[in-house]
Design a protein around this ligand. Structure first.
Ligand code: ADP
Length: 489
């Protein structure tokens, strides 16, 4: 309480002082009221703007989801989410430090459009394991209240002991939440384990639409390869999903047959966004090179490029194309050096003409390549044609283009959709006529041959200075039974 003024000697003085005080308080009250109103107005304005933005975004996504039309121009690109940062680390820093992200587990409740704490996994009954390995756990489950069958994928939590999701998990949720396309798996909600206590979440699960198969298991088990018309149906759907992702500034960075799901109605959907991220145009200057499972990894990544773009996914699409034709992964390198060797044998040796600037890539500086490389058969596409003798001219032109060493020479996913390969006979088979396969995921765990994982989940091999100058001669030797080894220089 204020002490009595030493000047307020008389009753009049006291009255005047009291009046002044009242006036001052009134002014203060009016000022506070004004500030409160202004804050309210500002909040209202912000909420309106956000609602408008959300509505516009939902509409754009809707349009894109419905737009399976291959003729859409590639120049029309929309950015749904602001670029999180110039380099990989920033996104993680942002999501873990700002107040909004601290409430990450308040996701939109399904069907309500409202935000609230994530529901418990106890709302689902586990039916069977689909995949349980060193890197993750996926199960088939049924939502108790609706009876709907879903796939539950447990996210890997930070192994460093810090409470929270690693950056990959945050990105996977964010990107899946933003995506709506018939060839991208849909995320229904995020749920938490029942062992969750206040302030500590032990288990986080993605609730995904369930698909009966993944392409890798189908390819391994099918007695006969896909027909040409079936390869086209699958490839066109893959290109359509990838085009949607790239239009929305998402790089998947781990496209491979085990991440492509297939339902019994012949629909293919891209899954596993654990390696995916948003990029801008131009792409951030420092992106991690440790992406994409080795057998599907583009040569520019193997050569240590720091700024890369959508072409890394298109290389993987080329590898999937080859695998659809033969049922075997196309480039099964034992390590990074061996992977590059196999790539050069299939696609030719890069030259400054075919791939301007490749020499400046970090690991290319120390490569010793054959000088007569321009004449080598692989560079002309004849090795690809010989390896896929049943592929039409248009098909092998598309495959060769996707497997261009120079990333700029690879077609975009939108370009690919327009390729004549899809227009020529045999035409892509209608999805409804697609063959069905017995679903392993429906009854039992999927058992597969070992394949490498994306490098974030394993240890990358070191690419030192490598001498490729003898690879073609060495290959001849190997064909004669002599074996070959690369020399490290
Ligand atoms: P990880 O990040 O651990 O590799 P993925 O998302 O790739 O996990 O899933 C691993 C496997 O689980 C896939 O290869 C597929 O066989 C199966 N799977 C993943 N999502 C689904 C789904 N929505 N429906 C059915 N099976 C799925």
């Amino acid at each position: 309480m204020a002490s009595k003024s030493r000047w307020a000697d008389t009753a009049d003085d006291a009255a005047v002082e009291a009046k002044l005080k009242r006036e001052k308080e009134e002014k203060k009250r009016i000022k506070a009221e004004k500030a409160r109103k202004a804050a309210e107005e500002e909040a209202k304005r912000k909420a309106q703007a956000e609602a408008q933005q959300r509505a516009a975004q939902a509409q754009a996504e809707n349009e894109a989801a419905n737009d399976d039309n291959a003729n859409r121009p590639s120049a029309k690109r929309r950015k749904l989410t602001p670029e999180p940062g110039a380099n990989e680390g920033e996104a993680a820093a942002k999501t873990t430090t700002d107040g909004e992200s601290a409430k990450l587990l308040r996701f939109e409740a399904p069907g309500t459009g409202t935000w609230g704490p994530s529901r418990s996994v106890e709302n689902y009954d586990k039916l069977n394991d689909i995949e349980e390995g060193a890197y993750g756990w996926v199960a088939r489950a049924r939502e108790i209240s609706t009876g709907k069958v879903v796939a539950l994928k447990r996210l890997k939590l930070d192994s460093s002991g810090r409470a929270g999701l690693p950056e990959t998990g945050l990105r996977e949720i964010q990107i899946l939440k933003d995506c709506a396309h018939r060839n991208v798996v849909s995320l229904q909600e995020v749920v938490v384990g029942d062992d969750t206590t206040l302030g500590r979440i032990e288990n986080i699960f993605l609730v995904l639409e369930f698909l009966e198969h993944d392409l890798k298991s189908v390819l391994e088990d099918m007695p006969e390869p896909f027909l040409a018309s079936e390869v086209k149906t699958l490839l066109r759907q893959l290109a359509s999903g990838v085009a949607y992702l790239h239009d929305h500034w998402v790089l998947h960075r781990d496209l491979k047959t085990s991440n492509l799901l297939l339902n019994n109605r012949g629909t293919l959907k891209i899954a596993d966004f654990g390696m995916a991220r948003y990029v801008g145009d131009p792409p951030p200057p420092k992106l991690t090179q440790l992406v994409v499972t080795l057998w599907y990894r583009a040569p520019e990544l193997l050569l240590g490029i720091k700024t890369y773009g959508t072409a890394v996914d298109m290389w993987s699409v080329g590898c999937v194309f080859g695998e659809l034709l033969t049922r075997e992964p196309l480039l099964q390198g034992a390590n990074e050096v061996d992977e590059l060797t196999r790539i050069f044998e299939l696609c030719g040796i890069p030259t400054e003409d075919s791939w301007p600037g490749f020499r400046r890539l970090p690991h290319a500086r120390s490569l010793r390549l054959p000088s007569s490389s321009k004449q080598n058969a692989a560079a002309t596409g004849s090795v690809i044609r010989a390896r896929f003798p049943l592929l039409t001219t248009a098909g092998s032109a598309l495959l060769s283009a996707l497997l261009s060493l120079n990333p700029d020479a690879r077609p975009s996913a939108r370009d690919m959709l327009l390729h004549e390969y899809f227009r020529q006979d045999p035409k892509p088979k209608h999805e409804a006529l697609f063959p069905t396969f017995p679903s392993k995921a429906g009854q039992e765990r999927r058992r597969r041959r070992e394949t490498p994982n994306a490098p974030g989940r394993g240890q990358p091999a070191e690419l030192g200075s490598v001498d490729f100058s003898g690879i073609f001669a060495n290959r001849e030797k190997e064909e004669r039974g002599g074996g070959f080894a690369l020399r490290m220089v």
